[in-house]
Design a protein around this ligand. Structure first.
Ligand code: AP5
Length: 224
């Protein structure tokens, strides 16, 4: 049975950064709905235009589309992996209930944990203004730490700024987070499945804390 680790937190909290590190360290699969939806928005996909407009506005893509995207990806990619890091999913109560139903069908409800990476809006806006990403492998960089040639150190692709990393859209994403996603903190807390982490700490420190949680979660017996 797999571990399902939900990384919850506002835009810029470091979900993507830490998800990449955890997947490398523990051989987990990263399922990042933001990345999957950005791919759809760029393709000649029937939903491309509609998804692109929602992303550019900083709103949430509809739950039915997101469920289809996540379950397709899990069916294709998860295989026999020991765990899945859910980066940016679920994002509201409907999605949390859909995930719970999916896990119940697999008998894996007790295999889900949620870590809240908590960050203030002011720090998040500053971080996101200085973010660059690889459009090919989705690696995340800080503008003050990008390689001198401006290319991804993993795959060599030129780094770009995300279209939704403008101050106006970041503020909208934050508002959506407060209204629709933050209620999940109580949802997972009530189920005894939530751990809180202050995300305004050095990346390495946050990773050490996360790794300290993930190790026992990966080996806990079913129902534990
Ligand atoms: P998504 O791509 O998930 O964006 P987000 O949640 O807004 O989060 P970000 O990717 O902006 O931030 P992050 O927490 O991953 O931070 P990062 O590690 O990059 O979603 C985008 C859009 O897709 C949504 O607005 C919505 O439209 C749609 N969508 C996605 N999922 C959906 C769903 N489930 N349902 C419906 N719609 C959905 O770090 C940020 C920066 O800070 C980087 O530069 C990084 O290097 C730096 N940094 C990281 N950690 C630290 C640290 N500890 N100290 C200093 N700098 C740091």
């Amino acid at each position: 049975m797999r571990l399902y680790l939900v990384l919850l937190g506002p835009p810029g909290a470091g979900k993507g950064t830490q998800a990449h590190r955890l997947c490398e360290a523990f051989g987990l699969l990263r399922v990042a709905t933001g990345d999957l939806l950005r791919r759809i928005a760029q393709e000649t996909h029937p939903l491309a235009g509609r998804v692109r407009a929602v992303l550019e506005a900083g709103r949430l893509v509809d739950d039915a589309t997101v469920l289809e995207v996540v379950s397709d990806y899990l069916d294709r990619a998860a295989g026999a992996c020991a765990g899945v890091v859910l980066d940016g999913y679920p994002r509201n109560l409907v999605q949390a209930e859909q995930l719970e139903a999916y896990l119940a069908r697999r008998g894996e409800t007790q295999r889900l944990w949620c870590v809240l990476l908590d960050l203030s809006e002011a720090v998040a806006v500053r971080r996101l203004a200085g973010r660059r990403v690889c459009p090919r492998c989705d690696r995340v960089y800080r503008v003050d730490r990008i390689p001198p040639d401006g290319r991804c150190e993993v795959c060599g692709t030129p780094l770009v700024q995300r279209a939704d990393d403008t101050e106006a859209v970041i503020r909208k994403r934050f508002q959506v987070y407060r209204e629709q996603t933050e209620p999940l903190v109580r949802y997972y807390e009530a189920r005894g499945r939530l751990v809180r982490l202050d995300a305004d700490q050095p990346e390495d420190r946050i990773f050490e804390c996360l790794a300290g949680y993930v190790r026992p979660w990966l080996t806990q017996p079913a129902g534990g």
